[in-house]
Design a protein. Structure first.
Length: 118
């Protein structure tokens, strides 16, 4: 089992920045790919970004490319999402995910709310 705990969500004005962090514990020795997803009210959960164990493979959704940056620190078992130039359309609950295979995770965090005001 893997436990994922997100932090860093909040309320920010359009154009602002937030940094989300996810702390993983448990079966991290399996060197999993990790990522972030988000779900806005009334919409399906969608992929945001993913990073391989070594960090040499990173993918972003088109909607966040150039604005969001995913990173990880394997020594601390954390994965972060730096979000810049935030837009009201980025408002959603953001979920950390682990053990991604073809962007399908096995484990989920509980989510953290990001609200961007216009």
């Amino acid at each position: 089992q893997v436990r994922l705990v997100e932090s860093g969500g909040g309320l920010v004005q359009a154009g602002g920045s937030l940094r989300l962090s996810c702390a993983a514990s448990g079966r991290t020795f399996s060197r999993p790919a990790m990522g972030w997803f988000r779900q806005a009210p009334g919409k399906e959960r969608e992929f945001v970004a993913a990073i391989s164990w070594s960090g040499d493979r990173i993918n972003y959704a088109d909607s966040v490319k150039g604005r969001f940056t995913i990173s990880r620190d394997n020594a601390k078992n954390t994965v972060d999402l730096q979000m810049n130039s935030l837009e009201p359309e980025d408002t959603a609950s953001y979920y950390c995910a682990s053990h991604l295979v073809n962007r399908r995770p096995t484990y989920w965090g509980q989510g953290t709310q990001v609200t961007v005001s216009s």
